[in-house]
Ligand binder design. Structure first.
Ligand SMILES: C[S@@+](CC[C@H](N)C(=O)[O-])C[C@H]1O[C@@H](n2cnc3c(N)ncnc32)[C@H](O)[C@@H]1O
Length: 196
C-alpha cells in the first residue's frame, strides 16, 4: 500500500542510501535502509490508538515512515526529522503530506505539538555522545504524555540508550525478538517512563 503518489523503488532507495553512507558514514551508520520486517516491527510498538502526533527521528529514505503510515498514523500527524538534505528531498517527494523537518533530532523540542503519542527513532543513537542522547530522550519524554513510548532499534546486544541516560530519566523497556530479515539482524526496544 502507498498513500501519496510517488513510490520509490527498492533499488533507487538503496542506491541513494549507499551513496550517502559513503559520503556521510558517521551520520548514516548503517549498512542498508531498514527492512520492511524491521520497519513493521517498529510500527507495531505504537500505542493501539493511532490518532495524534507521532515524531520520527532520522527518517532516512522513509522505510519506517512508510510503515508508520501503513500502521494507521495519519500523514498530517506524522513529523519526520532528518539531517541529510538528499534524504529530505527523497522524503518530501514520497510523502508530501507528512511534515518533513530538515533539522537535527536534538531540535525536536522546538516543535509546539500537543501530547505526542510516540517518538520513533531510526537514529544511530548509541554512536551519539551521552549529552546528545540525554537531550533527545529528555525532549521526547517532555513532548509526550506520561504514557508516551520511545521506540528505537539496535543491532547490538545492549539497550540502545546509555545506562546513565536510562537511569537519569527513570526508563523501563521491553525488547523484541531478533529480526533476522534485517541487514544486520536487529531488535526493537520500547522505552517508557517508570510510573510512580
Ligand atoms: C541508520 S540511518 C536510518 C535511516 C532510516 N530510518 C532507516 O531505518 O532506514 C540514520 C539516519 O539518521 C539521520 N541522522 C543522523 N543524525 C541525525 C540527527 N542528529 N538528527 C536527525 N537525523 C539524523 C541520518 O542522516 C540517517 O538518515
Amino acid at each position: 500500500m502507498h498513500f501519496q503518489g510517488f513510490v520509490m523503488s527498492h533499488s533507487a532507495g538503496l542506491s541513494l542510501f549507499l551513496g550517502q553512507l559513503v559520503r556521510r558514514p558517521h551520520r548514516v551508520v548503517a549498512l542498508a535502509p531498514s527492512s520492511q520486517a524491521l520497519a513493521c516491527r517498529m510500527a507495531a510498538e505504537l500505542p493501539d490508538d493511532r490518532t495524534g502526533p507521532v515524531i520520527e527521528l532520522g527518517a532516512g529514505t522513509g522505510k519506517i515512515t512508510q510503515a508508520l503510515l501503513e500502521a494507521g498514523v495519519a500523514p498530517e500527524d506524522l513529523h519526520a526529522f532528518e539531517l541529510n538534505p538528499e534524504f529530505v528531498d527523497c522524503l518530501q517527494t514520497q510523502f508530501p503530506q507528512v511534515h518533513i523537518h530538515h533539522a537535527m533530532a536534538q531540535d525536536m523540542g522546538q516543535l509546539p505539538l500537543p501530547q505526542v503519542r510516540a517518538v520513533v527513532s531510526g537514529l544511530p543513537l548509541l554512536s551519539f555522545p551521552k549529552s546528545a542522547q540525554m537531550a533527545i530522550l529528555r525532549a521526547s519524554f517532555r513532548a509526550m504524555g506520561p504514557m508516551g513510548v520511545f521506540i528505537q532499534f539496535t543491532y547490538g546486544p545492549n539497550p540502545p540508550v546509555a545506562e546513565r541516560v536510562r537511569n537519569a530519566l527513570g526508563l523501563r523497556w521491553s525488547k523484541s525478538e531478533k529480526i533476522w530479515g534485517n541487514l544486520p539482524p536487529a531488535r526493537v526496544y520500547a522505552f517508557r517512563r517508570n510510573l510512580l
